[in-house]
Design a binder for this molecule. Structure first.
Ligand code: CU
Length: 120
């Protein structure tokens, strides 16, 4: 039991961190496509407690699901109405993962989106 206590406390911290204050819902509205040497838009919609979330600060770290292409960091521009846009030139089509980290209204959020990139 003594050995389990640190694990338990770590889990409690983790759970507390997840449910802090506001409830953010993050959707990928437009996934980038792939074509060598071309950039494509990445569009994300963020809702906070069901309403479009404005003036958020966040970054997305993209990596391929089953291959190592390193990490691509994306900054987003606030387009209004909870819509944020960036663009990216990907090295390959296939399954990608976006790790999104940000904050708004004093609460931080993290979200992971897996998406398919199609070859154009
Ligand atoms: Cu790859």
């Amino acid at each position: 039991m003594k050995k389990l206590l640190p694990v338990f406390m770590f889990l409690m911290l983790f759970l507390a961190g997840c449910s802090s204050g506001s409830d953010f819902e993050i959707n990928l509205k437009e996934a980038p496509k792939y074509k060598a040497g071309e950039s494509y838009p990445v569009v994300i919609e963020v809702l906070q407690d069901g309403e479009p979330a404005a003036k958020l600060d966040f970054v997305a770290y993209l990596e391929m699901a089953k291959m190592d292409h390193g990490t691509i960091e994306l900054d987003f521009e606030d387009k209004g109405n909870g819509v944020y846009e960036s663009s990216v030139e990907l090295p390959m089509a296939g399954e990608w993962i976006a790790n999104i980290e940000g904050e708004g209204d004093g609460s931080a959020f993290e979200h992971v989106i897996t998406f398919e990139v199609e070859k154009e």
